[in-house]
Design a protein around this ligand. Structure first.
Ligand SMILES: *Cc1c(COP(=O)(O)O)cnc(C)c1O
Length: 357
């Protein structure tokens, strides 16, 4: 009896359509990390069917794997730059690199030399995050010396928000301003700045192309606003066994939870190896029907226990770990992390079922 992970492709497509509808420019989809753990090979074609034409992975290997499910004209880009000696493989699979350093640019320029047509690329500018991307000086070097971009067709320029989930954060407007100044050096290129929370900052942040990921998968990335995204994930696990624990009885490794009353403790077959973070020990909840039941004791690698004393649960009944009522955002709060990390750590051991395909 294994836990069941249901992924609602129709909800993901509906979320994309919602974002595309509020967007002034084009709406891409970020499907890195196997579409945030949900399965890029299933998610991306569903999005393509909904009308999405541009997909971002992080790594080349992800992009190449995705290419099988997503033939041209769908455009696939890699966010993490162009590694040494990788250009030939980009070309072979028609993957477009997002160039993040002058070395990346030089590699793509050399690859372009052998062909007749310019090779498309995006340029990534760093506007304050100091994570990945060309700085202002490097961007100016490219603007002022066209030879550096010889043979490269700059299809778009992009940057990334530091704190878009906080709408009042002054860095959002400052980054927009700095990005527009850099982008002005590349007049033919489209401009892309907004991730999911960036899209909720307002239409002036949308520019020509937005890059939502998390919101597609039902996460609420702008906690200040009511969540408009449809839940896309349901994770449920059957109860393997119920223990009647007398007052004083201990649960799990170290006995970190001790019954204060006669208790019924349900065990499910999912643990931290399946993405139930160990930080959920004595912190998390699941739902029985619509009633929250607390996770008690330490989460084990393959098992976790819940106090079902107050609900009529029996072995074989299911507890819902992720659902409409208590989703990845809520579980993340209980684990002290973000919904992104909950989804991307879901693990490989669940039975998976895709809905709405
Ligand atoms: C991951 C990522 C995105 C998508 O971000 P979400 O917050 O999931 O919408 C967009 N752009 C870049 C550069 C990223 O790394």
């Amino acid at each position: 009896m294994t836990a069941l992970l249901e992924i609602d492709l129709a909800a993901i497509a509906a979320n994309w359509r919602y974002l595309a509808g509020m967007n002034r420019g084009e709406t891409a989809a970020v499907v890195k990390a196997d579409a945030y753990g949900l399965g890029a090979a299933r998610v991306a074609p569903a999005l393509a069917q909904a009308g999405c034409g541009i997909f971002f992975t992080a790594h080349l290997a992800e992009a190449v794997a995705l290419r099988e499910a997503l033939p041209p004209p769908a455009r696939i880009l890699t966010l993490n730059g162009l590694a040494p000696h990788a250009a030939a493989e980009f070309l072979r699979h028609r993957i477009t690199p997002v160039l993040a350093t002058l070395e990346d640019v030089a590699r793509w320029r050399r690859a372009a030399r052998s062909g007749e047509r310019p090779l498309p690329a995006f340029l990534h500018f760093d506007t304050g995050m100091n994570r990945l991307g060309l700085g202002a000086r490097e961007a100016a070097a490219l603007r002022d010396d066209p030879a550096l971009l010889e043979g490269i067709g700059v299809a778009a320029v992009m940057s990334h928000f530091i704190a878009a989930e906080a709408p009042e954060d002054p860095r959002n407007a400052r980054q927009l301003e700095d990005f527009l100044a850099l982008a002005a050096g590349f007049p033919g290129a489209r401009r892309s700045l907004a991730n999911s929370p960036g899209m909720f900052l307002g239409p002036e942040f949308h520019l020509d192309l937005t890059r939502p990921g998390a919101a597609l998968y039902g996460l609420n990335t702008s906690p200040a606003q009511p969540a408009p995204m449809a839940p896309a994930v349901r994770l449920s696990a059957p109860i393997l066994q119920i223990h009647d624990v007398p007052p004083g009885g201990e649960v799990g490794y170290g006995g970190s939870w001790r019954a204060a009353r006669p208790s019924r403790i349900a065990t499910i077959g999912a643990g931290y190896a399946d993405g139930l973070h160990r930080a959920l020990s004595n912190q998390g909840h699941a739902c029985f029907d619509d009633t929250p039941v607390p996770l008690v004791g330490r989460v084990s690698m393959d098992l976790a226990m819940f106090d079902v004393t107050d609900v009529p649960a029996n072995p074989g009944d299911t507890l819902v770990l992720l659902g409409a009522r208590h989703g990845a955002d809520e579980l993340a709060r209980e684990a002290g992390t973000i919904g992104y990390e909950i989804l991307t750590s879901l693990g490989r051991r669940y039975q998976r079922r895709y809905l709405g395909a």
